[in-house]
Ligand binder design. Structure first.
Ligand SMILES: Nc1nc2c(c(=O)[nH]1)N[C@H]1C(S)=C(S)[C@@H](COP(=O)(O)OP(=O)(O)OC[C@H]3O[C@@H](n4cnc5c(=O)[nH]c(N)nc54)[C@H](O)[C@@H]3O)O[C@H]1N2
Ligand SMILES: Nc1nc2c(c(=O)[nH]1)N[C@H]1C(S)=C(S)[C@@H](COP(=O)(O)OP(=O)(O)OC[C@H]3O[C@@H](n4cnc5c(=O)[nH]c(N)nc54)[C@H](O)[C@@H]3O)O[C@H]1N2
Ligand code: SF4
Ligand SMILES: [Mo]
Length: 724
């Protein structure tokens, strides 16, 4: 038996784990690492099953090449030659825009996925870049970009010091937090209550989080901006604001909030006007307060408006950038993503629907249009890293059909699944325990400043390639360096470029030094590790990879400290409270407010033992509440005369679903989890009781206009008995 320390990569909580391995290197036991100063031994059922996830016998070990319906295991050289031939063929015949790239959710967790995302994108030089960002959090970036100039100015609730936490459309008791790394949310919540604090939840379902809250308010899906404007209206009308930051646009905000009264909120959102007023007064009166919002007010038709108004509430109540409010983490690694330039979107537009580029990407919802619509610039080839878009994107079935028409597709993914089955080549990354792990991204949203690095627990087999090398090879292939190029060329180029810049930057830790000399001093057992060492050395704490390796339980870097001033890059140098790029979308909201309300609205539901689409092949994580059922209020079951099954229809498609009556869901709302509907894959466990693809019902044609984000919550549907 040996033991190893390791950060769990399965959600955004960054839990430190202690693994016990048997003599065959199988994970015999997983415990929370009590010596981790931040995560303090917390573990959830997914983390406890990390060994089973890692050892899943259905994971691919060797590259796969498809000939018609037949899959063949091949060596890496043959696989990369096939990729070079396939991609070059399309680029030569149709140009670079004919190749699209798609990055899925796990690329925010893996080191290779984060570090090589930009080089791969830049080397490809295509307008057709897509990611799960526009299935998730793009509204938040767009709101931040216009308010603060920096689209990456993402504040997190200062959970350990706040007096009042208002949660709008998030369920951290199940998801363990998102764009907020808050390991042991239950424990942090208990501590909040113990020090006299409160939590209020706004959600169309009485979720686990809502059950533990001091107060839960049902809200009609998709209407949060009207509720939030009702609160803003009250704060301004009753002179309850205490703006401590330098802001522009307060008068504009006052003028446009005028019409959005608490009474309007009651009519549109179903939240009593008195409660809207009371919420405003409580937010203003609390010594400190933090409004936190995620998927329920992001993947909606007015996601950007909602995310903007959440920020506005934190600003108006004096809570942005102060202890106990919402604050900006200071990570250990240098923040190269902060360009110091004012955010602008719309640098180019999608060919078919003319949707604007945001942060270098086009909306994932429109990828299918770009594949299906003939003409110059039509997408003919696709590179996918860690995305199962057939299950994740709106109108998945249409995308499923479109993928089968591509000239070439390559996927970096450990599974042959609903999406990768369309690939010509699948390149499998090694097992989780064979990868180094450093939460480059999640350490930018921890609720305390913190860092930790995990070296690989197990070595690579002689027939395996690291994920870094796989992505480096792909990058070099699209850059024209060929399939046989040495993958280290990419890392060397990156380190050289970064050092070239930082040795010239006054005050940088390497100012005036020789690039080659600094490069030679970098430590690490692989290209990725050496890049991490460089990022740490350029970071604000003067740490290095050897420091992190010497502290394998992680390093506490202290409470969050105010830092908005250094992030703000608006031309005015002030927070722009009411920028036209955001307020302009209110016209669309006004139209919606006056339109008739559909009888039934569909929302999503994340599950404790899932991670979107890809943990359903692990027996230990199946069953119980982790089933793909339609949650519906018993009153609606009676109203629509439903039995055990029902048919749900939307403008996009229809599904037959298992009915699970639940008091916890608002009448007029039904909920279906996403990531199910496993089909056409050899995954032995997932294929049993495979559930249905919720994205058969969601539409690719409706997006949150400013961000292009997909709409998964508040989808109009009808429900009827099955069989009819
Ligand atoms: N209806 C509905 N749809 C939704 C949502 C919703 O709430 N409702 N949520 C949306 C959101 S927020 C998101 S983020 C997306 C998520 O959807 P996706 O971005 O597709 O993410 P996952 O399903 O988590 O994983 C995608 C793929 O990554 C692979 N993978 C796992 N580990 C690794 C690894 O280490 N390396 C590589 N290369 N691949 C790996 C898995 O095998 C899987 O095929 O779904 C979106 N879709
Ligand atoms: N266990 C587990 N953890 C996960 C994941 C998982 O699949 N399983 N996925 C990961 C990913 S990719 C992400 S992005 C995060 C997401 O993290 P969260 O945002 O916390 O996850 P959701 O469960 O989607 O929470 C959305 C909540 O919004 C509510 N809601 C729906 N519509 C509306 C609305 O119109 N208004 C309001 N106010 N609320 C609404 C839903 O009922 C739900 O409770 O979780 C991550 N962590
Ligand atoms: S909460 Fe998230 S990071 Fe922690 S053990 Fe569970 S899945 Fe892993
Ligand atoms: Mo997500």
């Amino acid at each position: 038996m040996t033991s190893a320390l390791r950060t769990c990569p399965l959600c955004q909580s960054v839990c430190g784990l202690r693994l016990t391995l048997d003599d065959d290197n199988r994970v015999a036991r997983v415990q929370g690492d009590r010596d981790d100063p931040f995560t303090k031994g917390f573990i959830c059922p997914k983390g406890a099953s990390l060994g089973r996830v890692d050892e899943d016998p259905d994971r691919l070990r060797t590259p796969m090449v498809r000939h018609g319906e037949q899959w063949r295991q091949v060596g890496w050289n043959e696989a990369f030659q096939a990729v070079e031939k396939g991609l070059n063929g399309v680029i030569e015949a149709h140009g670079r825009d004919a190749v699209a790239l798609f990055f899925g959710n796990p690329t925010y967790h893996t080191l290779a996925g984060i570090l090589y995302r930009t080089p791969l994108t830049q080397s490809l030089g295509s307008k057709n870049i897509y990611s799960s960002g526009t299935l998730d959090h793009m509204p938040r970036h767009v709101a931040a970009g216009h308010l603060y100039g920096d689209a990456f100015a993402i504040a997190v609730p200062d959970l350990d010091r706040t007096d009042l936490l208002l949660v709008v459309g998030a369920n951290p008791m199940v998801t363990n937090g998102s764009l907020m790394a808050a390991p042991d949310f239950p424990g942090r919540l208990r501590a909040l209550r113990k020090r006299g604090g409160r939590m209020v939840v706004v959600d169309p379902r009485r979720t686990r989080t809502a059950e533990l809250a001091d107060e839960h308010l049902f809200v009609r899906p998709g209407t949060d901006p009207v509720l939030l404007l009702g609160i803003v209206h009250t704060l301004l009308a009753e002179n309850l604001t205490s703006v401590t930051l330098e802001v522009n646009g307060l008068d504009d905000l006052r003028a446009l909030a005028e019409e959005f009264t608490p009474e309007l909120a009651e009519r549109v959102c179903g939240v009593p006007a008195d409660d809207v007023r009371r919420l405003a007064r409580e937010l203003a009166a609390a010594p400190t307060a933090a409004v936190y919002s995620r998927i329920g007010a992001s993947t909606v038709e007015f996601g950007t408006l909602a995310q903007w108004l959440v920020e506005v509430l934190n600003i108006l109540t004096g809570n942005l950038d102060r202890a106990g409010g919402t604050m900006f983490t200071r990570p250990a690694a240098v923040e190269l993503f902060r360009t110091g330039q004012q955010y602008v979107g719309g640098n180019w537009h999608s060919r078919v629907r003319g949707l604007p580029e945001v942060l270098g990407e086009l909306p994932a919802a429109t990828l299918v249009d770009e594949i299906e619509t003939p003409g110059e610039g039509q997408v003919r080839a696709l590179i996918v890293n860690a995305a199962n878009m057939v299950l994740a994107a709106p109108n998945g079935p249409r995308l499923d059909r479109a993928l089968s028409t591509l000239d070439f597709m390559v996927c970096v993914d450990p599974y042959l699944n609903e999406t990768t089955r369309h690939a010509n080549v699948i390149l499998p990354p090694p097992r989780i325990l064979q990868m180094p792990h450093f939460d480059m991204l999640l350490q930018t949203v921890t609720v305390r400043n913190y860092t930790r690095f995990s070296p690989p627990v197990l070595p690579l087999g002689s027939d395996q390639l690291s994920e870094g090398d796989i992505l480096a090879k792909l990058t070099l292939i699209v850059a024209g360096a060929g399939a046989s190029a040495d993958p280290s060329m990419l890392a060397e180029g990156m380190m050289g470029d970064i050092l070239g810049a930082f040795t010239q930057i006054p005050g940088s830790p390497v100012e005036g030094r020789e690039v080659a000399e600094v490069r030679a001093s970098l430590a690490g057992d692989s290209d990725l590790e050496r890049i991490v060492d460089l990022f740490l050395r350029l970071g604000p704490y003067g740490l290095s990879l050897p420091d992190l390796k010497a502290n394998p339980h992680g390093i506490d870097l202290g409470h969050l400290e105010p830092r908005l001033k250094e992030l703000l890059v608006t031309p005015s140098g002030k927070v722009e409270l009411a920028p036209p790029a955001l307020t302009g979308d209110l016209a669309r909201l006004r139209e919606r407010v006056t339109a008739p309300t559909p009888e039934v609205l569909l929302i999503g539901r994340r599950q404790l033992r899932s991670a979107n689409s890809w943990l359903h092949n692990v027996e230990q994580l199946r069953g119980g509440s982790n089933r793909c059922t339609l949650h519906i209020n018993p009153a609606d079951v009676a109203r629509y005369g439903l039995g055990e099954r029902a048919v749900v229809r939307s403008a996009t498609g229809e599904l037959v679903v298992d009915v699970e009556p639940h008091e916890a869901i608002m009448p007029g709302v039904v909920s279906l989890p996403h990531g199910w509907g496993h089909a056409g894959t050899p995954l032995r466990v997932a294929i049993e009781d495979s559930g249905v693809n919720a994205n058969t019902l969601t539409s690719e044609s409706t997006v949150d206009v400013p961000s292009g984000n997909a709409v998964f919550n508040g989808v109009p549907v009808t429900v009827g008995p099955y069989p009819a």
